[in-house]
Design a protein around this ligand. Structure first.
Ligand code: UDP
Ligand code: MG
Length: 316
């Protein structure tokens, strides 16, 4: 029997934690009783620098039942980094980890199937939403557009898969060897390789509290995903630049012919338009290149992705 750890990033989740911990505890107990996972399995909450009572609740859970563990980050570092911190902190203690959100929007009954696929030899099992009925139409549409855009722009991500996934120990070791600072888990995990599979589930309503991903964060996340994974935008700009250059040569020939035939008064409109068009394009191109230079700058700094302040485990 293999050991399963659940890793749950939490940012201001005081409203959801009591119910989440109760449900997950029941799930894990039943898996242990039916002999699917070992009794050394644990549930780990990662406190991502919450401003509310999240950490106190985690500490209390741990005090009352050492089945619950807590990892406290030194400050808020965002969902992806919090998740990574949790994975890396506990990976040496277990054979597989399932990561999920604290609001239990992801159906925890999919855990059974994930573990089953793990025993069938999968190193990575992706949880995929087959319905988004509970999300607003706006969120659904933007998410759909996002996955499509990501694929066109060269990021190989699993459609409708968030961060609900099982990873085996060796897949986690593989993940650890990705040294990049702008780490976008959903894009990097498929790069690890190994045998993988998908488990489908219906996404539910948030248990309690509010979404920690307002539109602004969602857009930032989408942009981060694209620029940290692929250099296709640069190539697209280069292609566009070449086309524009060709057009300008044609325009040049055209205006010379116009000059030769003696009709030179016209052309004010086209001049102004092209100044704006070229100016705009150049700015856009510089902006995108700047984005990548910014990334290079950050990578060379080798900043730590997270700093663990404390880890509550069994042996203290
Ligand atoms: N989260 C986090 N740090 C942040 C923002 C979110 O650890 O800065 C956690 C949050 O507690 C939750 C998960 O990431 O467990 C997903 O967030 P949320 O459910 O708010 O996102 P949504 O489901 O609305 O996209
Ligand atoms: Mg959620």
């Amino acid at each position: 029997m293999d050991t399963l750890y659940l890793v749950i990033p939490c940012y201001n989740e005081e409203a959801a934690l009591p119910e989440t911990s109760r449900q997950l505890r029941l799930k894990m107990s039943s898996l242990i009783e039916s002999g699917v996972i070992s009794s050394r399995s644990r549930i780990v909450f990662v406190n991502d620098g919450s401003d509310d009572r999240t950490w106190e609740i985690i500490e209390q859970l741990h005090r009352e039942d050492s089945f619950f563990q807590g990892v406290k980050l030194s400050r808020n570092k965002g969902h992806q980094n919090a998740l990574l911190a949790g994975l890396m902190t506990v990976k040496s203690k277990c054979d597989m980890i399932i990561s999920l959100d604290a609001d239990l929007q992801d159906d925890i009954d999919a855990i059974d199937e994930m573990v089953e696929k793990y025993y069938n030899g999968c190193d990575i099992v992706y949880g995929v939403r087959n319905a988004r009925d509970t999300d607003t139409a706006f969120k659904r549409k933007t998410a759909e557009f996002y996955y499509k855009a990501m694929n066109i722009l060269g990021a190989d991500i699993v459609y409708n898969h968030a961060d609900y996934r099982l990873m085996s120990k060796r897949a986690l070791d593989g993940l650890e060897s990705f040294d990049e600072v702008n780490l976008f888990l959903r894009g990097v995990v498929p790069m690890i390789g190994y045998k993988s599979d998908k488990v489908y589930y219906a996404r539910k309503e948030r248990l309690a509290g509010e979404s920690k991903y307002p539109l602004k964060k969602m857009l930032a996340f989408a942009w981060e995903g694209i620029t940290s994974l692929s250099i296709k935008p640069i190539r697209m700009i280069m292609t566009l630049g070449s086309i524009i250059f060709l057009v300008s040569i044609i325009m040049l020939i055209y205006s010379v012919i116009r000059y030769a035939t003696g009709s030179t008064i016209t052309g004010w409109t086209s001049t102004v338009v092209s100044i704006w068009a070229i100016g705009g394009l150049q700015l856009l191109a510089i902006g995108i290149i700047g984005e990548y230079i910014g990334k290079v700058y950050l990578e060379t700094k080798q900043r730590p992705k997270f700093i663990v302040e404390s880890y509550l485990d069994d042996n203290e």
